[in-house]
Design a protein around this ligand. Structure first.
Ligand SMILES: NC(=O)c1ccc[n+]([C@@H]2O[C@H](COP(=O)([O-])OP(=O)(O)OC[C@H]3O[C@@H](n4cnc5c(N)ncnc54)[C@H](OP(=O)(O)O)[C@@H]3O)[C@@H](O)[C@H]2O)c1
Length: 354
């Protein structure tokens, strides 16, 4: 499959935490980006993209699109060979998971891909899926064949009642593969990151859960200790690079686990200690599992006993060899990612010294 670099490229949810870095990369490479956002008149959400466009070789054009409005991505897609579909609600604390997560994720994906079927220029769709479409709890990674998750594993444990965000990502990716297999005009490549961290390009207007976790780590919520909860971590700049290569590498195919590190909350806090430990209330030790079992469910309704049992003191393990081999991705160190993210929160006064 040959991609014409002079053709525009479309990004859904272009203002998001991850998509912003992808848009910047595309602009720096000289592409014309069709940026689909909910409200192009909301300057706070797109000023950083306009700035990125102005200081690059590329060009950016905004379109108003909503996942729940049928056909609303069509105009932005016209003339594009590559479609990056990143838009999807990323929030954990929801009241109505069907309405807030599943409908926009699944119907939104269907909506975008229906337009990809109709718009003749589209040759490849790169979907921002997630490791959440592969696993729910850290224990699922340990129980995977070979003791770690690979691209052939699917999430079978999330549901509307348990970790509905992971369920939304699983159903959305499954819908995308079903629609990809039903036609042969475009091919589908998915990028599946675990927890994405690293500096946000629009720190005050980023609602991604990634920012909330960073604020919890450095803002004092974990000063008595952090749960040694296994998670995967990748730098947002590496995720953008992975998307870029997934789009523009003709041989790219299938799913790509984009995970840099098998880590846990405690380790993420600890790598910040040498540089920031004196000034900021960072966690220094692990919270015992028995204590979390006792108080966790009272302090946070998402911290159920089942969740604690399946994640705390359980390692998280993923195999990232496919993306390294096929797309040549090299991952930044945990230290660099954590320090760069934390510094932005300090510089922007989002967290304060103790
Ligand atoms: N951050 C992570 O750790 C992580 C890990 C794995 C996968 N992902 C995936 O990466 C993608 C981007 O996430 P992110 O972390 O960058 O979060 P984010 O900053 O919250 O970005 C989400 C994007 O989706 C858009 N969106 C949400 N609901 C929409 C709707 N109904 N119609 C149109 N657009 C809508 C948001 O627009 P508004 O700004 O207007 O709300 C925003 O542009 C998501 O698919 C997420 O599942 C994230």
């Amino acid at each position: 499959m040959n991609i014409d670099n002079t053709k525009p490229v479309m990004v859904t949810g272009a203002n998001g935490y991850i998509a912003s870095w992808l848009v910047k990369k595309l602009l720096d490479e000289g592409r014309t980006v069709h940026a689909a956002v909910r409200n192009p008149k909301n300057e706070k959400k797109i000023a950083h993209l306009i700035k990125a466009g102005a200081s690059s070789k590329g060009a950016i054009k905004f379109f108003a699109s909503d996942l729940l409005e049928e056909g609303s991505y069509r105009a932005a897609m016209e003339g594009c060979e590559i479609v990056y579909h990143t838009a999807s609600p990323f929030t954990i604390d929801v009241k109505d998971p069907q309405k807030e997560l599943i409908d926009p994720a699944v119907n939104g994906t269907e909506n975008v891909l229906n337009s990809a079927n109709e718009v003749s220029s589209v040759k490849r769709v790169v979907l921002t899926s997630s490791c959440a479409a592969i696993y729910t709890d850290a224990i699922d990674t340990v129980n995977a064949p070979g003791g770690k998750i690979t691209e052939s594993v699917w999430n079978k444990t999330a549901s509307l009642d348990y970790q509905p965000y992971s369920y939304s990502k699983t159903l959305a990716e499954q819908k995308a593969w079903e629609m990809a297999k039903a036609q042969d005009k475009w091919d589908l490549v998915t990028v599946n990151p675990p927890g994405v961290f690293g500096p946000p390009l629009n720190p005050h207007n980023t609602t991604s859960e990634s920012m909330n976790i960073l604020k919890m780590l450095g803002g004092g919520d974990m000063k008595m200790g952090a749960p040694k909860m296994g998670i995967g971590l990748v730098d947002v700049r590496d995720v953008a690079e992975a998307h870029y290569r997934a789009g523009y590498t003709p041989s790219a195919s299938g799913r790509y686990i984009a995970s840099g590190h098998n880590t846990n909350f405690l380790e993420m806090g600890k790598v910040l200690l040498p540089k920031y430990g004196n000034k900021y209330p960072l966690p220094k030790k692990a919270l015992p599992k028995w204590l979390l079992m006792l108080v966790g469910p009272i302090t946070n309704k998402l911290f159920t006993r089942k969740f604690i049992r399946n994640n705390v003191n359980v390692p998280w393990k993923a195999d990232n060899s496919k993306i390294r081999k096929e797309l040549g991705i090299e991952f930044r160190s945990l230290q660099e990612t954590m320090e760069d993210s934390f510094q932005v929160l300090i510089d922007e006064e989002i967290i304060k010294a103790k």
